[in-house]
Design a protein around this ligand. Sequence first.
Ligand code: UDP
Length: 334
Amino acid sequence: MGVDPASNHFIMRILITGGAGFIGSHLAEACLRDGDEVTVLDDLSTGRMENLAAVRGHARFHFAQGSILDATVVERLVGGADLVYHLAAAVGVRLVVRTPLQTIITNVEGTQVVLENCAQHGRKVFLASTSEVYGKSRKAAFAESDELILGPTSVGRWAYACAKALDEFLAFGHAKERGLRFVAVRYFNTVGPRQVPEHGMVVPRFISQALKNEPVTVFGDGTQSRCFIHVHDAVTATRLLANNPDAEGEVVNVGDPRPVAILELARKVLRLTGSSSVVQHVDPKRVYDTDFEDMENRVPDIAKLKRLTGFSPEHSLDQAIQDAIAVLREGASR
Ligand code: UDP
């Protein structure tokens, strides 16, 4: 930690793996705004430099292009940080069902490299996990101590869920045997500006279909639901948890507990874009060209988040969709 001579405040040195990605780039901006020094490590596989356009010239911002699988690079960067946010991962249903092997390698081996170095250097780490680990549980709302119910190993989606669950096990293992300080967060369907349609996430897919006046592809009858949280809320919760000593050694859900049916989401997107697209009901197995299992509902129980931070989401889904539309529209006009 250094001291800012102008304000006499401590400057935290933050490392964000996956910082050119959707959540990571918003996190980088928030940390810089609060006076931290930020280094982003990203291999630009799904992350994009344009996500960092607002921070690239900043005096306290540094970018390293590289992989979390590169132990030498990770060692150097972790050694120079006070706090590590580990967000680098293969994400998105479309991406993970198409490349299950690469997903496992990145998400398990890569995380092991990061955690290993954090343990070795005595650095605290924030681990990004996912609501996917709850699998196909049918509970009305998922709490952190609930059972994880995964499907067969032949279905790629469960490889992703299992790999992220293993990341959490690894964090607990490093904590127990090596004294690693960590907090793990299970993000539930985070949405907003900079999320791209290519990896399968429903909100940017629907928006980009609507903006092109193409059919909006609702999987099945669209009665399945999800709870969407604005990325700005997710980032606020992320930072509150990472900086809270009471959250150390904990797994915490971060999400908005208000569900919306996917058909209703499609109609919302059509209204907010002013599109003339129609809704088309499609079979996801055809879209993904593979075995595919969908979850019916997935609602976070956020009692633990509230207890630890006092925070609950503030932005509406309409706001998140509008913010996402603005950026995707801009991209389409370029
Ligand atoms: N979905 C959809 N059409 C699409 C993409 C997704 O109807 O083009 C549905 C999908 O079946 C799921 C929900 O939207 O029920 C959320 O999908 P996403 O892949 O964004 O997230 P996850 O399934 O991981 O929650």
